[in-house]
Design a protein around this ligand. Sequence first.
Ligand SMILES: [Zn+2]
Length: 472
Amino acid sequence: MWDKRGKIDADAMHKFVLIIIFFLPLLAHSDDRYTVHFDARLKAATVEACFDGPAPRQLHRNSQAGKFTNWVRVDGQEIEQDSRSARLTLPLLADNACINWQVQLSKALTEKNYRLAQKLDRDLLTSGDLWLWRDGDRRPITVELRIPDGMSISTPWKEQPGPPGAWLFRPDPTPVSWTARIAIGHFKVQRIPIGGMVLRVAVIGDLSDQQRDMLGQWVRESGEAVASVYGHFPRPAPQILIVPIGSQRSVVPWAHVLRGGGVAAEFFVDETRSLDQFSNDWIATHELSHLLLPYVSRRDRWFSEGIATYYQNILRARDGRLSEQQAWQNLHAGFERGRAASRGETLAAATRSGWKSTMRVYWSGAAMMLQADTELRLMSDGRQSLDSALAQLRDCCLISNRSWRARELFSELDRITGTSVFADLYREHVTDDEFPDLSRTFEGLGLVLETKSIKLDPDASWGRIRFYIMNG
Ligand SMILES: [Zn+2]
């Protein structure tokens, strides 16, 4: 642009100006910005959403949110909303417009629906979409949360440096139907480092420091088990929420993985139990193993549940919580339950038919994972395994904000491993109305069925594979 004598070349300058004019709008493009104030007693959330450029025509929200909405305003003017709708239709707004609304959280609590909002002692747990309403096109957003002094917050979203007194987050652009849970209150978020990653653990409700430490220890142990699959935890900073619900018949009556704006696992626990009882429970290892895969369509739940069900046993043997014998015994007992629950329906159909087919679905998936793991180790003379295949799947496909079909992930796994192990398993089992036949795998691995238990044959032809499955 500058010639040797330091004078501007007019033609080059013209091009430069054109380039600037073309790229400036792209450079200037930034996030929609949400600011949310929670009042001192966490009774209401007051939101301002300012859009970058043209505003969306609709915002998506929890289907119940309208009932608890005090008002929605544009430029100080209240606008009509259909309180029964999960969608808020916006009037035609100017570019860069802002819109405000207020949700009465105290009213949502009266529903006594823990999926919507729940108070635990002085802490509040809500579904994010109760007050954070988003467009359907996954526009990038930044959320600034203002909460009472001295309180803490737990979200699955990426943390950003923010102004003093505010908490700034940038949620991943996941579909609006993927939910998030947000806790605000007097807990501390424990940051548990595991293999280069950090679990952001929040134990909510008024528990003793000793109970919090114990629950943190339990999550650490299960997190380390999952990190051992390929040396680091699959996701960089998942949110782990632990919700104490008092004395129960089981240690963790319920838990699930959520992926709205970032990955999370939520555990409803009986906090009166001991660390030993928590350690002996399989659920945390199961739930965190789900994070080895991206979101798998519910139509293929046999795959995501199969992975988690397989690893909940393998990983606990690898870290010594189960003996090898116990882990094989658990797998065998599970396969038997799955077989007994197979009633002439294909695996694909059973997966569609919901909870009544849980055993058939979970354990068929686990049986396929045992077959895949065994085949890969056998074909590669131990150089490949389900662990190594998942490690590479992480690089191509794990950080993903969409739903995957099992068939797509299976073809990635075949590409990664240079085999057709997964396509073959898919063809054999997904449209089969029988539970997978494991007799060849059991025979090779030296898993001998006796009346009540399983014996490990020391002279089995694939004895080394059996050993490495349980020892990593
Ligand atoms: Zn599961």
